[in-house]
Design a protein around this ligand. Structure first.
Ligand code: N01
Length: 538
């Protein structure tokens, strides 16, 4: 397309990550001429840009993959139980090739705005380089954790060494050998960075504001037999994940942590700790995410593990979260995280009691100490769920911008898919969709939208959007479900990005649906069976 040309499509999908690829495939299946516009120069979304040391999935391979393509299932071979970022990126590129998606993906095509035209019932999608596409349907697959943020620390731009954000890691990699490296941020990203950078850096300074409950994984190689087993049981595995609150192929636990005696509880915690990762969070007891008292029992177990693993008692105490319970934030998984603090070149600095006061040209100042650094890494997270959607102008009926609607009304959507005032605009993993292993809602969401659009065309529907009433009801359900979690009980201390607490000025409300993926799917099925009556179709 040259600069002056405009191209007309049935659907434009923004983003070529898991969401965009699934959407393109499913929209093509029903004969829609579809284009993905992707801001970067590659396919893979999150996995294309997040190349920081240690990046890998927190979900196991067998449920962190699409089930809809027989070819992909049969032909792709995973090598690690928790695949590295590089491996997931290779998988997504394999999907793009095997399903012949690439010819409909426009790389280096960053959207600046999308404007609904009430006369033509079409979206005009404007790219930053001046090109414009038009489409009947506009679908966001821009990702939920894709708008990186930096902390508001004085002097942040004065640092003269190398400065990186985990979500914008240079493709060529960074040579950290022998260097003095500082890390700010210990969420899921920073926690993956720690053990790998600890091995590479000369001296490694980890600036910790809030400790996390890190559940260690026991990563394995995937044997040929294991891979074959997964291929033979894919539907079953996917079904299990789709019926699990957090989209993982695990049996939900049946008992409360408060129902068993201390000895039995320890035995169960120990056994699931050995299984590792999300097995601990999901398979021990059924109330670790909903009951603070139960969660506190898991918290104490993890603290005991930290004290066992970390040799220096002061460092161990500093690593033990004490202000909020397990599940008060998104549970991160570790690959030798706590052990890294036993290395002599790793220094844990408490910046809760004495916050970082400034970034200087030479490093970081904390109280009276200036830490001199060659490299400063920010693992400081994202404007989650809404950040990508509010960073561009999505202009609906009457010229209203989505960003303004949410700023004025609070988060509003029907099922996190459609927004009143924004006809024919759909979101994969919009705000208010479930928090879970995201591949599950991405795939089911693409299939749900496929069926909705078949129905719309069959019924000569030209415009479809959420009703105001449905938005109100969904907001109430999101609020209700969020309110029943440990995050809500732990108030200001917990939640982090789930509640928008990590972004100054952002409205503090649940950004995700916490009622469980399987419950959410039931709502989606009901909307469908109800002939989409919670949508305005005309
Ligand atoms: O970001 P975060 P993330 N001084 O927002 C700290 C997904 N993910 O990129 O807690 C000092 O969780 C902040 O401290 P505090 C996953 O869903 C998935 O790590 O606010 N520290 C916190 O420690 C995850 O939840 C995977 O006190 C400052 C950190 O920065 C989500 O992405 C891998 C500070 C931000 O943590 C986001 O994770 C990675 C300051 N001034 C991520 N400002 C996989 O599944 C901020 N912080 C593979």
């Amino acid at each position: 397309m040259t600069e002056q040309q405009s191209s007309a499509f049935d659907a434009v999908v923004i983003g070529a990550g898991f969401s965009g690829l699934a959407m393109l495939h499913h929209l093509r299946e029903i004969g829609l001429e579809t284009r993905i516009v992707e801001a970067t120069d590659g396919v893979g979304g999150t996995w294309w840009v997040n190349r920081y040391p240690g990046v890998r999935t927190d979900s196991e391979f067998h449920y962190y993959s699409f089930s809809f393509s027989k070819e992909v299932r049969e032909e792709w071979t995973w090598t690690q139980r928790y695949p590295s970022g590089k491996e997931v990126l290779a998988y997504l590129n394999f999907v793009a090739d095997r399903l012949d998606l690439r010819k409909d993906i426009m790389l280096n095509s960053r959207v600046s705005s999308a404007v609904w035209d009430e006369e033509t019932n079409r979206w005009s999608v404007h790219l930053v380089d001046g090109r414009t596409l038009t489409a009947t349907y506009l679908v966001s697959g821009m990702g939920v954790l894709s708008q990186p943020i930096y902390p508001d620390i004085p002097g942040i731009d004065t640092f003269t060494g190398e400065r990186y954000h985990t979500a914008k890691w240079p493709r060529a990699g960074v040579d950290l050998s022998g260097k003095r490296v500082g890390l700010i941020g210990l969420g899921a990203s920073g926690i993956q960075v720690v053990p790998v950078v600890a091995e590479q850096a000369g001296e490694f300074y980890v600036f910790q504001r809030t400790p996390n409950y890190v559940v260690e994984t026991n990563n394995d190689q995937v044997s040929a037999e294991w891979m074959q087993y997964v291929r033979d049981h894919y539907d079953e595995i996917y079904e299990k994940a789709a019926n699990h609150p957090f989209g993982v192929a695990m049996e939900p636990a049946e008992y409360s942590a408060l129902e068993v005696d201390a000895e039995k509880r320890r035995e169960i915690f120990e056994s699931k700790w050995n299984d590792g990762g999300f097995h601990f969070a999901n398979e021990c007891f059924n109330d670790l995410a909903s009951d603070v008292e139960a969660a506190e029992l898991a918290s104490e177990f993890i603290r005991s593990k930290i004290r066992e693993i970390v040799r220096d008692p002061d460092t161990a105490e500093l690593l033990c979260p004490k202000d909020y319970a397990f599940n008060g934030k998104r549970v991160p998984t570790g690959h030798g995280y706590y052990n890294a603090f036993n290395r002599e070149n790793v220094h844990l600095i408490d910046v809760k009691s004495t916050p970082i006061s400034e970034v200087t040209p030479r490093g970081l100042r904390v109280g009276d100490t200036e830490y001199e650094l060659d490299v400063l890494i920010f693992a400081t997270g994202f404007d989650a769920m809404t950040g990508t959607l509010t960073a561009i102008d999505i202009v609906g009926r009457g010229g209203r911008i989505l960003r303004d609607k949410w700023a004025e009304e609070g988060l509003r959507s029907n099922l996190g898919i459609s927004v009143h005032g924004f006809p024919n605009f759909f979101m994969s993993l919009g705000p208010q969709t479930p928090y879970s292993n995201l591949v599950v809602p991405i795939q089911l969401g693409a299939q749900w939208l496929q069926r909705l659009l078949v129905w719309a065309r069959r019924n000569d529907v030209e415009r479809i959007e959420a009703t105001e009433e449905s938005e109100k009801q969904w907001a109430e359900e999101v609020h209700r479900a969020g309110g029943a979690t440990v995050m809500a009980s732990e108030g200001e201390k917990a939640g982090a990005w789930f509640l928008g607490r990590n972004v100054p000025g952002k409205q503090k409300e649940f950004q995700v649906y916490m009622g469980g993926g399987q419950v959410y799917q039931e709502f989606c099925r009901n909307a469908e069976q109800d002939q989409y009556s919670s949508f305005r179709a005309e």
